[in-house]
Design a protein around this ligand. Structure first.
Ligand code: ADP
Ligand code: MG
Length: 680
């Protein structure tokens, strides 16, 4: 079907420049892309309710005919209303339509209609406002697609465009999944799948279509990622021969938790015995003590005569790890170095020189580690911290600095197992599900903005005690408003409410160095109150920060809130997180109260996945993955099938060069087109 990807969306009736722009916002520029713009849900018109059975508040379908004369009336401001009454043969309900002059002509007496909309119920009976309707005898498709919209583009417009696009589909289209694969895995053909995902002929057909499209998408994703990381999987790892884990533990200033110990042992075992280089993810909540696990792996590697590289996404984090490791290995012969972009050129050169001679054993750094100039004498272990900040390709670049080095990735963002399988393939996972003892709990409160003043008072008390505080404003979508959100708010606080305190501002539009400088001032106490957008999210440790207030908390995902909250409660003192939200939506309140009831990151991630759906869970495309149209990672069946197919395909044609996989190759290119930057 590639040709339809070359036909502009403008070629459809009803889509001019303006709408084409709106479609572009949805990522749809071609007729082909539109066909791959799948509905997010469906209205089921197949099971009309009796009016007597309507409870009120539900979106439902009613079959009936007009049972009284329609009445039109003018409202103020040139507005217009039509009232009608409909009977299902037993009971009647009221319909109200606003500003639609055609209603009285469209709705005929003596005709049965299906009305679909939200029904409300009060003492005077059941009512629907501006329901959709069609004559019952015209009902062909009982499932009506509902698309994700953007302002200015209605569901009707998308439906119409999709209908035309479907008519443009040739009778025979080429299918990325060749016939023998479809047969073996009982998958619907592409044409049927596309038609049925938009206009389902039956619930069964819809299921089959969705299954087929999900499997295809996961397959394309899997094969694309495999191709990207192929280079590193062949060689055998440079294994260590002696276990120094106990010796390392004796260096720690604390007793490791059981979970830490298990993870350390997992890594050591991998490096000692495995036939392939270690490929392990350490997944543990903020504060679970992942740094010590990384340090243990480093120590084992170094004591066995090779080097380790520890890459962090920000300079401040790299500096923090550098300080931690330097202190930890103070009395030993292990040499730690720091390599970040902001070091002077001569300092950088000095560090690089000592890396190439092997004088430095462990180097902690940022992206500066993966530039060409960095050469190791014998890199045996590569570690990336806060893994979700790195793309697949950055990880491979770090690995290419050694000969099949072992790889350890660390993440505080819980990734569902199914997703991890796709991203990392045969990756092993150590879960650090224990928080070190003696940690202060964080009290989380949810308040409305009417209580903001009291919250300020509370923050001031904390500052007076010598503690530090964060106020977080949500990042707004439009270009410059992020700047204004944090800056304006910060400036106001500085001048008024918190004029007696040192207030700093940090936001995403600031230059990297400025951000780091501000963060450092905050860490050192020169700034007491930091007004920030989400740039503070990643692992910075400021133990005296005890309170965080998050404005418009409803705009954040739960996992993101959890990450944010993890910035406080890292020291000896009791800590607080205040969520400010005026949202009255039931779902939002439910979501936010998850935050007040638990601090378990895995529980929160699960809830997030459940309440928001997987589409939103990875809202920021945190994993460097392309945006998926239909799949979620919670369905084991599609996942298993796609992985099995991937194996089949690769064993038949390891580089997909076989002609039957031409369509699959094109699909991979399309899926990864948008994410090139992230992936490279
Ligand atoms: P994260 O998993 O978020 O990277 P860190 O490694 O930064 O966590 O650890 C957070 C804090 O907890 C650090 O100050 C560290 O020294 C401390 N810590 C780690 N493990 C333990 C432990 N077993 N007992 C006490 N404190 C610990
Ligand atoms: Mg960390």
């Amino acid at each position: 079907m590639p040709s339809l990807f070359e036909i502009s969306i403008r070629s459809l009736k009803g889509v001019g420049d303006t709408r084409a722009q709106l479609f572009h916002k949805l990522g749809v520029d071609s007729v082909g892309a539109l066909l791959y713009y799948f509905p997010k849900s469906y209205e089921d018109w197949s099971k009309p309710l009796y009016i007597a059975d309507i409870k009120g508040g539900e979106v439902c379908c009613v079959k009936g005919r007009l049972s009284a004369t329609m009445r039109e009336s003018r409202l103020s401001g040139n507005r217009y209303m039509v009232r009608a009454e409909v009977s299902d043969g037993y009971d009647a309900m009221r319909l109200v339509f606003f500003n639609n002059k055609y209603i009285t002509r469209m709705l005929k007496y003596d005709t049965d209609y299906l009305f679909y909309g939200k029904a409300t119920k009060d003492f005077s009976g059941v009512q629907m406002i501006s329901p959709e309707f069609i004559p019952a005898e015209c009902m062909k498709d009982s499932f009506h697609p509902v698309y994700a919209l953007t302002a200015g583009l209605t569901n009707k417009v998308i439906q119409n465009a999709v209908k035309q696009a479907i008519e443009m589909l040739p009778e025979r289209i080429s299918d990325p999944l060749p016939a023998h694969i479809r047969e073996k895995y009982k998958l619907m053909g592409l044409r049927d799948a596309i038609v049925n995902i938009h206009i389902p002929q039956s619930p069964q057909a819809l299921n089959n279509a969705r299954y087929r499209l999900m499997v295809e998408e996961l397959l394309v994703l899997t094969l694309g990622i495999r191709a990207l990381k192929q280079q590193n999987t062949e060689a055998r790892g440079t294994n260590i021969t002696k276990d120094f884990t106990e010796e390392f533990i004796s260096l720690l200033p604390f007793k490791p938790t059981g979970a830490q110990r298990r993870a350390m042992e997992d890594c050591t075992r991998d490096m000692l015995t495995s036939k392939m280089p270690m490929n392990r993810l350490v997944q543990g909540d903020v504060g679970s003590g992942k740094t010590a696990i990384a340090a243990c792996a480093c120590y084992n590697m170094v004591k066995n005569g090779r080097q380790a590289a520890f890459m962090a996404p920000t300079e401040i984090l790299a500096e923090q790890h550098y300080a931690t490791l330097s202190k930890l290995f103070e009395g030993t012969d292990v040499k730690v170095g720091l390599l970040t972009g902001s070091l002077t050129a001569s300092k950088k050169k000095q560090v690089r020189d000592s890396l190439s001679t092997g004088e430095i054993d462990i180097v902690v750094g940022t992206h500066a580690l993966i530039t060409e100039k960095t050469v190791f004498k014998a890199l045996g272990l590569a570690i990336t911290d806060e893994q979700h900040r790195f793309g697949v390709a950055q990880r491979s670049k770090l690995l290419s600095k050694g000969e099949a080095p072992h790889l350890l990735v660390m993440s505080a963002t819980p990734i569902p197992r199914t997703l991890a399988l796709i991203i990392y393939g045969d990756l092993d996972i150590s879960v650090v599900d224990e928080i070190p003892p003696g940690r202060q709990t964080i009290d989380t409160l949810l308040i409305g903005s009417d209580k903001r003043q009291r919250a300020y008072g509370f923050i001031k008390k904390e500052l007076q005690k010598g503690n530090r505080a964060y106020i977080v404003c949500p990042l707004v979508e439009e270009d410059d408003s992020e700047l204004s959100a944090a800056e304006e708010y910060g400036a106001e606080l500085m001048l008024e409410e918190f004029s007696d305190f040192a207030v700093g501002i940090i936001h995403g539009k600031m230059k990297y160095q400025e951000k780091e400088k501000t963060m450092l001032k905050f860490a050192q106490g020169e700034i007491q109150l930091l007004v920030a957008t989400t740039v503070i999210e990643v692992g910075v440790d400021v133990p005296s920060a005890t309170i965080m207030m998050i404005e418009n908390a409803e705009r954040f995902g739960l996992s993101q809130l959890h990450q944010l909250r993890g910035r406080v409660g890292r020291g000896q003192n009791k800590s607080y997180c205040i969520l400010v939200s005026d949202s009255s939506s039931e779902n939002t309140v439910k979501r936010l109260s998850v935050m007040t009831s638990t601090t378990d990151g895995f529980k929160i991630a699960d809830e997030d996945l459940r309440l928001r759906g997987p589409g939103d869970f990875f809202g920021e495309r945190q994993h460097g993955l392309p945006k998926l149209a239909i799949s979620d990672f919670s369905d084991m069946e599609t996942l298993t099938a796609s992985q099995a197919i991937a194996e089949d395909v690769l064993s038949e044609s390891p580089d997909l060069s076989s002609d039957v996989y031409k369509g699959l190759r094109a699909a991979i290119r399309r899926l990864f087109k948008d994410s090139q930057n992230k992936m490279n």
